[in-house]
Design a protein around this ligand. Structure first.
Ligand code: GLA
Length: 391
């Protein structure tokens, strides 16, 4: 579905359920992660982009303390009151993303809002594809509710509110990448993030290049512990480097590859493997920035292939399906680079491609994937797009 159709359907549902037009509608897009994997919570660097698909959140204030959420795509609803806003433990767990965002927008005291709200939301980001449909929902919720309650907060603060909702309501200890990309995306540009200073720059890309997302059919779920255990290993490794290096270290951002080689001896084998991934990714993002400035897309793409190799061998957050896609991509000259995108363990690969060869690339990847797994991946060209905004 195109964005306009999603908007129309969300607004029509709102009118049907609540009998009037919504007071506010906000839109927030999903994201692709282009280079820099699992670096955000290590205070490192990432290239990402907001995509041309997202979530619309339509809302009006309630006359009383009732909070009503309608998920248009699921045809489901959830009701609570201001005083009872809390994590949903079972059943309508989808409500945790907007509820958690509302909760932290009100500093953890939703009763302060005075009145409740009624909302309908819906989107066109495929679920489980690693395109951050949950961050899109959080950011659309945050923007719309900030408007309804007259709360003024900058984009980074709203992104952090969404992240806190993930940590406390949804149960995923994610970094800030997904929410920041959704807020700071710009049409035709990549977002270059520094998660130490929380500085988000945009870097324009020429028309000679595009991204193709290839969605495997492997399950992607970050709430089941594998993401958390990777994050823990990185934090434990940072503590080790803080002890042995004669300089301040708070996160793996502070450790160079040369230091990892010299001092990894004090880590257990798994910690050493996990730590080298974000350390290498930070270096690749910085090299990639210089290459993009020179317009050297082939060399930038080579860094994407290296990134995937590092995921595959060291961070172990790839899977057979994603490896097959990247290996297939390597055999196609019009693909400059390919890697898994986002948390990993399933989901999608992000390919840097010559857009004039898109059909040929999609056909070739599909054929190679089908020969191994019998089913077909979904290939779509992605346009880097504008970030979250009120409609
Ligand atoms: C998921 C998380 C992000 C980030 C990526 C990996 O998308 O939500 O915070 O850690 O994985 O780079």
């Amino acid at each position: 579905m195109q964005n306009q159709e999603v908007y129309d359907s969300v607004v029509a549902k709102f009118e049907k359920v609540f009998g009037a037009k919504p007071a506010v509608v906000a839109y927030a897009p999903g994201r692709i992660e282009v280079l820099g994997n699992h670096t955000d919570y290590n205070e490192g660097f990432v290239f990402s982009a907001a995509i041309d698909k997202g979530t619309f959140f339509a809302v009006s204030p309630a006359e009383d303390d009732k909070v009503t959420l309608v998920a248009n795509d699921l045809d489901a609803s959830y009701e609570t009151t201001l005083a009872a806003v809390a994590k949903v433990e079972s059943g309508a767990t989808w409500a945790n993303y907007p509820l958690g965002t509302f909760n932290w927008l009100l500093d953890g005291e939703p009763a302060k809002a005075g009145k409740g709200f009624k909302a309908v939301f819906g989107g066109n980001i495929p679920l489980g594809a690693g395109l951050s449909s949950s961050a899109a929902l959080e950011m659309a919720t945050a923007l719309a509710l900030a408007k309804v309650y007259g709360i003024e907060k900058d984009k980074t603060t709203l992104a952090k509110i969404g992240q806190k909702a993930e940590h406390t309501f949804a149960g995923c200890p994610c970094g800030l990448l997904d929410q920041a990309s959704s807020m700071y995306g710009k049409a035709g540009a990549l977002v270059k993030s520094d998660f130490r200073s929380n500085c988000f720059e945009t870097v324009s890309m020429g028309p000679a290049v595009a991204f193709m997302m290839v969605k495997s059919n492997a399950k992607h779920a970050l709430v089941d512990g594998a993401y958390a255990s990777r994050r823990q290993a990185c934090e434990d490794a940072a503590k080790h480097f803080a002890k042995v290096l004669r300089k301040p270290v708070t996160h793996l951002r502070d450790v160079t590859m040369a230091e990892w080689v010299l001092y990894k001896g004090g880590l257990d084998e798994t910690q050493a493997k996990r730590a080298v991934h974000p350390i290498g990714e930070d270096e690749r993002v910085l090299q990639g920035a210089a290459l993009l400035e020179k317009g050297d897309l082939k060399a930038f793409g080579a860094l994407m292939f290296d990134s995937h190799e590092s995921s595959r061998n060291w961070f172990e957050n790839s899977c057979a399906e994603l490896d097959t896609i990247v290996d297939a991509a390597k055999s196609i000259p019009e693909v400059y680079g390919a890697r898994l995108s986002g948390g990993g363990f399933g989901g999608s690969c992000c390919l840097l491609v010559d857009p004039t060869a898109a059909d040929k690339i999609a056909a070739e990847i599909t054929a190679q994937y089908k020969a191994v797994y019998g089913d077909e991946p979904t290939c779509s060209l992605i346009k880097p797009s504008d970030g979250a905004h009120l409609v």
